[in-house]
Ligand binder design. Structure first.
Ligand SMILES: [Fe+2]
Length: 435
């Protein structure tokens, strides 16, 4: 069965279908019929909208969500700098550095004692948040839940989460997502959420996309299905932390802290009610998750390698040059290689794209001799020559041809590929192995 056999069972139910317009009601009838902004919505809720794209973005790319909630997000105290210690605040701020060499990290080795927000550290970055260009790649290693009555959101970009170990229980304004290794999740810019750890510590990778949004790649002559299929993306259903009294929805008073990332700095404010007061929502701008085990791998049936773009799960196209991407998220799952007179290792190459590879490994005790270790990474900047070493190529060249399964479980590698050259944060450059 083409799904991952997770050790921690699913807790939640979901809508399905990436790119579709969805609606969900925690209170029956809480979404107004036809009208988005009635004078008084059902249950005397308030209307709040998030625009994920400009108002006049073409219809097929336009993203927004309408929420019907007890208290508008505007009801809060003033934002002040968030002064709690974070893993990043302990690292000296410094300009990014650039290396033309192949960069390899064995293990990002984050310190314990932090939660989802405070454990995040940027490793690679390109572009500029204020002008909405480029991306950051981060790592996280959370060893505790976010504090009670605390929620977080990023103003800087969409957050693609790639767990490597542990389980993330993510409560968003639009509902729950449970995310395990070999699943990915995307939280859109501006949406509040909190993260708890039902199975203890969790760590992994994050791609913060500052420009545009991820979507499924075009399939061209592949046709209607294949690669990541829209039906396999799971979207939360509405959750309402309140009650109804005489037809009026309400939530109890309680002090909450909202932590917000704004131009790469953290701020916080308080409010006197939960942000999880959305009784219903409808729209095209929502979080989602996807089991990488459902990826429908396509490939060559006779000879040679297709380009690795055949493994693209999600793409954030760049409109600067046709066919390029701000970031593409690709995977190298277990698959059969059946080509004749060819072997599975890619040919030596230099690409216009910069490639960051990380390893999601389900085996908690991976082979210590493997080059690719979980929670490590590899960066090959644009036009950096790379490929497997001569020994591996020689071994494959000497083999008799027969169909074989490669990248067998429990290994899953991912690739974040970009048209831009990322800089390396100082802390990450200090633990890098250059080749
Ligand atoms: Fe490559």
């Amino acid at each position: 069965m083409p799904v991952t056999q997770f050790t921690v069972p699913e807790k939640y139910t979901y809508n399905v279908g990436l790119g579709s317009y969805h609606h969900s009601e925690a209170l029956k009838g809480a979404n107004p019929v036809a009208q988005n902004s009635p004078q008084v919505p059902p249950y005397k809720l308030l209307t709040e909208c998030i625009s994920g794209t400009s108002f006049t973005t073409p219809r097929n790319l336009n993203l927004s969500v309408w929420m019907y909630r007890v208290t508008a997000s505007i009801n809060r105290g003033r934002y002040v700098p968030y002064t709690a210690e974070t893993a990043s605040s302990k690292a000296a701020a410094s300009p990014m550095t650039y290396s033309p060499n192949f960069l390899h990290w064995d293990d990002f080795r984050l310190e314990p004692g932090y939660d989802w927000v405070s454990s995040q550290k940027v490793i690679l970055s390109s572009g500029d948040i204020a002008t909405k260009t480029g991306f950051s790649y981060l790592v996280f290693a959370a060893t505790k839940d976010m504090a009670p009555n605390t929620a977080y959101y990023s103003s800087d970009g969409d957050t693609l989460i790639i767990p490597q170990a542990g389980v993330l229980d993510i409560k968003t304004e639009l509902g729950y997502l449970m995310v395990r290794p070999n699943e990915i999740a995307m939280i859109p810019r501006g949406l509040k959420y909190r993260v708890t750890l039902p199975a203890g510590s969790a760590r992994g990778y994050i791609c913060e996309l500052r420009q545009g949004h991820f979507r499924l790649p075009e399939l061209g002559t592949i046709g209607t299905s294949g690669l990541a299929n829209a039906r396999d993306f799971q979207i939360p259903v509405a959750v309402f932390d309140g009650t109804i009294t005489e037809g009026v929805a309400s939530c109890p008073a309680a002090e909450w802290t909202i932590i917000r990332k704004y131009n790469d700095s953290l701020f916080s404010c308080t409010r006197n009610q939960t942000p999880f007061d959305v009784a219903a929502w409808h729209g095209s701008y929502y979080p989602y998750k996807y089991d990488l085990g459902r990826f429908s791998v396509l490939g060559s049936l006779l000879y040679d390698h297709p380009d690795p773009s055949i493994f693209t799960v999600l793409s954030a196209p760049s409109f600067r040059e046709p066919g390029t991407a701000v970031v593409e998220f690709c995977i190298f799952p277990p698959r059969w290689q059946v080509m004749e007179n060819t072997y599975w290792l890619p040919p030596y190459h230099m690409n216009t794209m910069s490639e960051f590879i990380g390893i999601i490994m389900k085996d908690p005790e991976p082979n210590p001799n493997t080059v690719f270790k979980p929670f490590g990474g590899m960066l090959t900047g644009a036009m950096t020559p790379h490929g497997s070493d001569k020994k591996e190529h020689d071994a494959e060249r000497a083999k008799a041809f027969k169909p074989a399964k490669v990248a067998t479980e429990p290994v899953m590698a991912f690739l974040l590929e970009s048209a831009s050259i990322p800089g390396v944060a100082e802390w990450a450059s200090k633990i890098v192995i250059e080749k």
